[in-house]
Design a protein around this ligand. Structure first.
Ligand code: PGA
Length: 254
């Protein structure tokens, strides 16, 4: 049994003050709770502490996630954030391997794999992103492309508790473009991801790992994705920047 997950990726939006206001708004929207749905918000790093305080003060039914981490413990890595620094301010999840980090900042599958290991060693839950660019989709090799990413991203990982590792399938051509994959497109790749996780970790573990869809997910289309057998939630960019639309997606998942 997999609890659904709705995770908001704020990307590089919301100052500290705006982030606190958004978190307060979301706490109000979700004052009646989120049922069995695991809700995560991933603000920019400088907003994390402020959002953590809102979660605590309002006893809000969502958890805190970061958007990036470095795998070393500490030291001369200017501009980076260590796992310990995240846990210390109340972070429980961390997005890794997002296509924007891969594309703009050169993050490789090897980096994603190291980050996953570092996070899990600190009891932080990776939300590990994968997904194909448009030319791969058009060539029809998207399933092979994503399966290869999953194998590299999970190499040598040990997963004891399947709820402690999350995958997000985000076709790059559907991110922030308004172009959504169809529910069938999402299911096709998410099923292949689960089959690969089964090969790597065995069926019992793979059956418990949440696989999210991401890419122009919004209140109007999220139900169609959630209906799919291997889609367990959504990683939401644009629609997570307003409390009402993000809360509507949580309610759709309840
Ligand atoms: P989007 O972003 O919902 O704005 O397409 C999703 C993501 O990149 O995580």
């Amino acid at each position: 049994m997999r609890n659904r997950m709705i995770a908001g990726n704020w990307k590089m939006n919301k100052t500290y003050t705006e982030g606190v206001i958004l978190a307060q708004g979301l706490a109000k929207e979700l004052a009646d709770g989120s049922g069995d749905v695991d809700v995560v918000v991933c603000p920019p790093a400088v907003d994390l502490k402020g959002v953590a305080e809102v979660i605590e003060q309002e006893a809000a039914p969502f958890a805190l996630g970061a958007q990036n981490v470095y795998w070393e413990e500490k030291g001369a890595f200017t501009g980076e954030t260590a796992p310990d620094m995240l846990t210390n301010v109340g972070v429980r999840y961390c997005i890794i391997g997002h296509s924007e980090r891969r594309g703009y900042f050169g993050e490789t599958d090897e980096d994603v794999n190291r980050k996953a290991k570092a996070l899990m060693a600190h009891s932080l839950i990776p939300i590990s992103c994968c997904g194909e660019p448009l030319e791969v989709r058009e060539a029809g090799t998207h399933v092979d492309f994503v399966v290869d990413q999953i194998k590299k991203d999970t190499a040598g990982l040990t997963i004891e508790d399947p709820s402690a590792y999350v995958v997000a399938y985000e076709p790059i051509w559907a991110i922030g473009t308004g172009k959504t994959a169809t529910a069938d497109d999402a299911q096709e790749v998410c099923a292949a991801i689960r089959a690969t996780l089964t090969e790597v970790f065995g069926a019992t573990t793979a059956d418990g790992i949440r696989i999210l869809y991401g890419g122009s997910a919004k209140p109007e289309n999220v139900a169609g994705f959630l209906d799919q057998r291997d889609v367990d939630g959504a990683l939401v960019g644009g629609a997570s920047l307003k409390a009402d639309s993000f809360a509507a997606m949580v309610r759709a998942a309840m």
